[in-house]
Design a protein around this ligand. Structure first.
Ligand code: FCB
Length: 452
């Protein structure tokens, strides 16, 4: 008998959708097919020397060539929604200018396939694959990139229009800026605090410019953004640690939520970032703070930290939690943090709707006699869906839960060493095998459908 409470399918509203998410560079492969341009991730994967297993996304899950059977797989798992991203360099090979129709056709076919199988499309416009040409011109440090992004959003919306249920401008601007421009573990591999904050500002501005572009070419589609969120907890009771928790929360969560929903950067963090503050022009915050239809949250883990003055701001040292379970990413499994973030964001920022855009666990999975037994992931899903049910009971307008990920894929700087999929991928044969967790989820979704 499980020691945790199982989620009740009936706790989810009738129109609630369940599914999974992916992103273009992580699954598509086919990096030279049909006129696709290069992105900064192609270059980073090939040349930075910073990918754990030295791999690239050149082939990945070969989804570009297997899209139809992958959509059939999604349907067979009972999913009622699917979140994908549109590769900017497939559509605009140098980031702006002439549209590569063949690249756009791919997403057009994908959306049609999804709709034909009763699966609601969620599209993300920027999941980190900045066209290399734009990167070489300054990338997210360069203000012109914001306008180029809005133009790209317009091209996509003109073609896909209201067939997409929900558009997200950006995936995780926090991660793009911090991991790409401060920690240097992701493309473009820079390590500069001021650059990271400038990149973050330009990402937010790009979002703000893209929102009206999307609205101009859609009527019913929801328009929003996807943020990664992480609650911070103090691992000791010192005043220094309490301050570090506040600042870590400020840097990770409020630096993005406040401008998007309140039209200003958080004052405490702004002051603390003295010397690294971004250049913000008059009117930028009004552009960034647009009414949104939906906010997507990516949730994986919490931060359990103490103050450590030897570390850079916000001086947060992560400490392990005794007795907790961890994924192969080294992330603590902590479902209560999801409930807490959903409730907090609903109360403090009041987005019209929320959805869980990513949520999942990387584990050491293997296929044995055609099956993948992943009891830890089954439990992860149960606990996190239960957290969603609790948030719904507390009045959070949650509309969807999308797991990360549909299938094992290219996990950025970790290459192919991390298996996040609901389906196992054998990269030598491209065989997809639904794991036990995918089968459990399929039954859960079926119960939800029957109960309604
Ligand atoms: C998120 C990313 C996603 C995936 C998961 C594990 O930060 O959005 O692409 O890598 O982490």
């Amino acid at each position: 008998m499980p020691t945790h409470t199982l989620p009740n399918p009936q706790a989810f509203p009738k129109d609630f959708v369940f599914g999974a998410a992916t992103s273009a560079y992580q699954i598509e492969g086919a990096v030279h097919a049909d006129g696709r341009g290069l992105s900064m991730w192609d270059s980073f994967a090939h040349h930075s020397g910073r990918i754990a297993d030295g791999s690239t996304g050149d082939v990945a899950c070969d989804h570009y060539h297997r899209m139809e059977s992958d959509v059939a797989l999604i349907q067979s798992l009972g999913h009622t929604a699917y979140r994908f991203s549109v590769a900017w360099p497939r559509v605009l090979p140098t980031g702006r200018g002439a549209v590569n129709t063949r690249g756009l056709d791919f997403y057009d076919r994908l959306v049609d396939q999804l709709l034909a199988r009763g699966i609601t499309p969620y599209a993300t416009l920027y999941h980190w694959d900045l066209p290399l040409t734009l990167h070489e011109q300054g990338g997210w440090l360069h203000r012109d990139t914001c306008r180029a992004f809005a133009d790209f959003a317009e091209v996509v919306a003109r073609r896909l229009g209201d067939r997409v249920h929900s558009y997200a401008t950006l995936n995780e601007p926090r991660c793009s800026a911090t991991v790409g421009y401060l920690e240097g573990r992701h493309a473009p591999g820079l390590q500069d605090r001021g650059m990271a904050l400038q990149a973050a500002h330009h990402l937010l501005l790009a979002h703000g410019l893209a929102v009206p572009a999307l609205r101009a070419h859609t009527r019913s589609a929801q328009v929003g953004v996807v943020l990664d969120v992480k609650p911070y907890y103090a691992a000791d009771s010192g005043a220094d640690t309490a301050h570090t928790v506040q600042m870590a929360d400020g840097v990770f969560n409020r630096w993005f939520l406040d401008p998007l929903f309140k039209g200003h950067y958080p004052q405490d963090v702004w002051v603390a970032e003295q010397g690294h503050q971004p250049l913000v022009q008059d009117g930028d915050l009004a552009t960034i703070c647009q009414p949104l239809d939906a906010l997507g949250l990516n949730y994986y883990t919490r931060g359990h930290v103490v103050h450590d003055a030897t570390l850079p701001f916000p001086h947060a040292r992560e400490l392990p939690v005794a007795g907790a379970s961890y994924t192969t990413m080294g992330w603590e499994v902590f479902a209560e943090g999801l409930r807490q973030m959903l409730v907090r964001i609903h109360q403090e920022y009041a987005p019209q709707r929320l959805y869980v855009a990513e949520n999942g666990a990387a584990l050491d999975d293997s296929v044995v006699d055609g099956r993948v037994h992943d009891p830890l992931r089954v439990r992860y899903l149960q606990e996190h869906l239960q957290a969603c049910a609790q948030a719904l009971a507390q009045g959070v307008p949650l509309q969807a839960w999308l797991g990360w990920s549909l299938m094992d894929n290219y996990e950025w700087g970790k290459g192919y060493t991390q298996r996040f999929g609901l389906c196992h991928v054998d990269y030598a044969t491209q065989t997809r095998t639904p794991k036990d967790s995918a089968l459990w989820l399929r039954d859960f979704i079926a119960q939800h459908a029957r109960a309604r």
